[in-house]
Design a protein. Structure first.
Length: 559
């Protein structure tokens, strides 16, 4: 299989060369060789073997070099690194910590190009929509650029615009990442537990959603509806008359980014209030609404009058369905009660384990996890350590942690860190207790249990109506010998492919042998009978056998 099977275009070849060159520059040439990329294109082999990383790069740790390489590789790889930084179930802790430092800030695109894109997307001259449009960007990220502006109707807004031509760059990078994931699965069987292909597919969907600004606007409207009447949060208004898939115009918040606020200027009571408001916002989003802001760092939070918080940048959000929310609450309750068997059962229900799963070993590790938190005052427990221990326990037993739970973990850890910066005594677990208790009372209380039981009885009643008819139909088909049972073979695709290659090589070997024997016979006939012309045919046969033998040897070498 060729590395360029995905798309044999000039752009993909050129981009692949850039990717390999940057990986080699940061001392990651062994990764290129391990994935066998250099066997597919000869110039990649030369690039990997000849180029050496600079001395200043060689002195850095490998996680640091990976992070720097991703930053230089551009927006797609920056976003991939940001996603991997939340996946402690896939990436070792040393790498996740380093990837959290990825800079999502790049040199801005010229304002002329931004204005042209706005006019092209909204299909109107800029002066008909905005009375002013800033020349300097308010923010410049890898995917989009933000400018402040004023509508002709007088409202102050910010305009978020997807960077011109970024879509083609992302498309090419996703093609390359998809092929690299397939190579990773092929050459590193132990990586199958993390399912690299599915991971890249998940990332592909995520980044394509982030490029769709109309989707982000709709999500903002949902957040605004969920938080209506809440005095702790303000979601910017979306001006839909000035939006498209690549342009998002929203209310400009009057306040300061928390990343630019000197907390020492604020009184301790104000700092405590801000920390509590931030935590309450995220907890309500997770437990009550099932839709939460997955990146609530200080750069995405504005401090507004009255200590209200304004959240911006809804490109990355997480979701928790009722079952997931109930699972979270049940795990916390079981942990607090010191019931490791219950914790183990809940985790296994959420994510089925691998076939070689050792339940007794998992239960033992879960008991050790419970021992860490049972009897300890809530104010001494940190969300960071709790989720880290939980993820590591599941990881040791090859149980995948659900993606949205990883986003939830990141959101809670971010808010906890932000809260402790404001108030050193702030504790997320202790603060969350009344929210969890309220949720447990609503979801697991007698009223909800009665409602669940009633819905279950209705389902069984519906089943009782159709069951006799279904059973009768099955028995009739059995009686008439019309019942067919199909078998689906799973996991044999690779074996089938290898068997096909073996058959191909065996056939080729037999043809080579036949050519050699036949050519030798013709040569001997030429010598003994002095028949003219047979020697030429024997030479052609020998040359054909040599050519096919070379092809066979190359085939062995590549595999």
């Amino acid at each position: 299989m060729s590395i360029l099977r995905i798309d044999r275009t000039y752009h993909n070849i050129r981009r692949l060369r850039q990717v390999v060159a940057i990986l080699v520059k940061y001392g990651l040439g062994d990764l290129v060789s391990s994935l066998r990329i250099d066997y597919y294109l000869a110039w990649l082999k030369r690039l990997v073997t000849r180029r050496k990383p600079p001395k200043e790069v060689s002195s850095l740790t490998r996680p640091m070099r990976v992070r720097m390489a991703m930053e230089e590789l551009g927006p797609t790889f920056v976003k991939l690194g940001q996603m991997l930084s939340t996946r402690q179930d896939v990436v070792p802790p040393a790498y996740t910590q380093e990837l959290t430092r990825l800079l999502d800030e790049v040199a801005p695109v010229s304002v002329e190009k931004i204005k042209k894109r706005v006019e092209s997307e909204l299909r109107r001259p800029l002066k008909e929509m905005f009375s002013s449009f800033s020349d300097e960007p308010f923010a410049s990220a890898s995917i989009a650029q933000v400018h402040t502006a004023r509508l002709v109707s007088g409202e102050d807004v910010v305009v978020k615009v997807v960077r011109p031509s970024i879509e083609s760059v992302i498309r090419t990078d996703l093609d390359i990442l998809a092929e690299l994931a397939r190579l990773l699965e092929r050459h590193f069987p132990e990586a199958a537990v993390f399912d690299p292909v599915a991971l890249v597919d998940e990332f592909s969907r995520s980044i394509n959603k982030e490029v769709d600004l109309a989707r982000e606007g709709r999500i903002m409207d949902r957040f605004a509806a969920n938080s209506e009447g809440d005095e702790t949060i303000h979601v910017p208004k979306v001006y839909w008359g000035y939006c498209s898939q690549k342009v998002l115009t929203q209310e400009r918040l009057v306040g300061r980014k928390l990343s630019g606020v000197d907390f020492d200027e604020l009184s301790m009571s104000v700092r405590k209030k801000i920390a509590e408001n931030g935590a309450a916002i995220i907890l309500k989003q997770i437990l009550s609404y099932g839709l939460f802001h997955a990146d609530p760092h200080p750069g995405n939070i504005f401090l507004l009058p009255g200590n209200k918080l304004g959240l911006v940048d809804y490109g990355i959000v997480g979701r928790t369905d009722p079952a997931t929310r109930t699972m979270i609450a049940e795990v916390l309750v079981a942990l607090s009660q010191g019931r490791p068997e219950k914790v183990a059962d809940i985790l296994l229900e959420s994510q089925p384990p691998m076939p070689s799963f050792d339940r007794s070993a998992f239960l033992r590790d879960t008991m050790e996890l419970c021992d860490l938190y049972v009897g300890i005052p809530l104010k001494s427990v940190m969300v960071t350590s709790l989720f880290s221990d939980l993820v590591q326990t599941m990881l040791r037993h090859k149980i995948r942690f659900p993606k949205d739970l990883m986003l939830l973990s990141k959101a809670l850890v971010t808010i906890e860190g932000f809260g402790r910066r404001l108030d050193p005594d702030f504790n997320m677990v202790e603060f969350a207790r009344p929210f969890v208790e309220k949720f447990v009372h609503e979801r697991l209380g007698p009223a909800q249990m009665a409602k669940t039981a009633w819905e279950t009885l209705r389902s069984y009643a519906k089943l009782s109506k159709t069951l006799p008819r279904d059973v009768s139909a099955i028995l009739s088909r059995l009686k008439e010998s019309q019942m067919e049972i199909g078998f689906v073979h799973k996991g044999l695709e690779k074996f089938s492919s290898r068997l096909e290659k073996v058959g191909y090589r065996l056939t080729l070997g037999m043809i080579i042998s036949a050519l050699i024997i036949g050519s030798s016979y013709l040569a001997s006939v030429e010598i003994h009978s002095q028949t003219s012309g047979l020697f030429l045919y024997s030479v052609i046969g020998f040359l054909s056998a040599i050519a096919l033998a070379i092809i066979l040897l190359l085939s062995f070498r590549r595999s």
